[in-house]
Design a binder for this molecule. Sequence first.
Ligand code: FUB
Length: 664
Amino acid sequence: MKRLLLFSALLPAVLCAQNPIIRDMYAADPTARVFGGKVYLFPSHDIVQPSPLPQGMRENWFCMEDYHVYSSENLTEWTDHGVILTQKDVPWGKPDGYSMWAPDCVERGGKYYFYFPDVVKEGMGFGIGVAVADKPEGPYTVVKSNIKGISGIDPCVLQASDGNAYIFWGAGRCARLKENMTELADDTPTEKVRWGDREFEMSGYNCLKDLPNRQAEGPFAFEHNGNYYLTYPYVRRNTEVLGYAMSKNPTGPYEYKGLIMAEHADSCWTNHHSIINYKGQWYLFYHHNDFSPDDDKRRSPRIERLYFNPDGTIREVHPTMRGVGINDAVSVINVDRYNTASQDVTTGFVDTADRFRGWYAGLGRKGSYIIYKDVDFKNVKPNAYAIANVRANKNTKFTVREKSAKGKVIAEFTVTVVTEGQFRRDYSGQWLAVTAPLKYVPNGVTDLCITADADAVDIDNIEFKNRIEYFQPAAATPSTPDSDGFIRRWTVAEPIYLDINTNILFTDSYLDKTLGDPQVQSLLKTVPADRQKSKYGSQTLVWHKIESNFYNVKLFRFTEHYGKKIYGVIFPAVTVIECDDEIRDVRLMAGSNSASKWYLDGDEILTMSGDRRMVRDDCASKSVTLKKGTNVLSGLVINGPGMSDFCVRFIDNDGHPVKNFKIK
Ligand code: FUB
């Protein structure tokens, strides 16, 4: 038996290698920490404001009700460990305050201390609380009261080499913590501070004294090479920059040194950051309103590399879309997050109604280019192919080269949007998945240069796939039945898993009940897009548009390829048949392992019950008509402990295969 290249089972799926690093929800104020050789990210969680607004909530304002924690070992794959704390868990906070702003987390003595701000239930303003866990992922237990003496936001805890822990918070103050990490040290000084005509008593030290500090918040303090760094956002002109100051003492006095990051070029008023050293490289985590350009209170975390000068000062960091990850070539490469591009390259949301679907890059003119850095080809086999999602207004070719527009050609995609002749089709302006064989496989990590030979070509992403021997992704252009009339192009869902351990129960009535179940039937109601997801109870089924390399569609290879269950399964499959003229008096001839049901435009035309083996033309449907235009043929194949597959074709009254139609 030939070896199936199971890339999904052998290689981890890279969830994200570009900025922003969290792509399924808004998240801000990214505090990164290194625990046990992994990076943990503790952001705040921006949400859309509830409607109607809870009493007292300011309109168009920050809105946060809980915290998630994420972890990563390579800064490209991020695991969401879920919610660790919600506003309802905080005994001293307002349960509907929606003010769980920037947090921090540190480890001391084997315990993890999570510091977070929240609006106090009694009195005014923000308090800072602590939740404690044995692991960074939690579960966290909230300390009953907030830290006495602190009124403010944005906690950050510095564990200094003098053995003490110091807490910094948004009011530009800092103070030593007791060894219990939940109270300020007894010798914490207090000071009377005037704001306008009001006087407040503030605990701790004014560590921003004499520094640029207009609207300063979000302090992040750390120690490196005998220097303490106090880094913080403040308003230099109209919006926030990230600045920093240095001192030989954790509590100051600090001396201002300059900018870490200038104002965001576009409309995000805030910035908030953290700095870590991970595996010898320094990184800056910060935020931007990537997914929400018209509302800067819904933000997303990003990462860049950060460098020190020999005298300990920090080099200014420039925000990028590309971020820091190395992109595995066999994972999706969102080329719209390029490093550099020619002037006429733009980006836009793929779906403005669902911005979390990400961006595309528009190559404005023939000769436009995109450079996307750091793609690792180590997992790409010589027989791999490239697949790209593109959109064009006329037939075009776009090329992926190594490094630059003069580099070696890796793949060349021919994008045919308009076909002429009898089956004229016009796919202008539509997103198409186009494939191309690889002309050259680079060695290890390299940069990609993408160009097009026409104006106005859009590219969403590129992926390099090792060839699978049983299927290939369906091309964008229609296909035909094979020389024997078998239909090889299908949109197949990763199977529903049911605990079936025998096939002898596949009686007609069992099939009517199980396959006729409205939830199962609802899967066949539409023709899904490639990689579209459907739900069956708590199971998520991903649809794949495939072309079988054999007359029989080897469903067990399909499910094996995607790392899903092989036994005890129901496979939904759909295909679209396009007829130029009506075709009367034909029968669907099917074979399946094991039982199956087949439908034409939603009407059940064939049931194959019992514990069956896949046999060519095993059963015939009643006589049916394929109407002129679009016909949707769908099927459900069910199997217990067996190797699922099926074959399907239409036969005319004379027993000849029907082949005069297209399969979309
Ligand atoms: O996320 C809410 C607030 O915005 C943070 O606490 C500030 O630092 C700013 O980023």
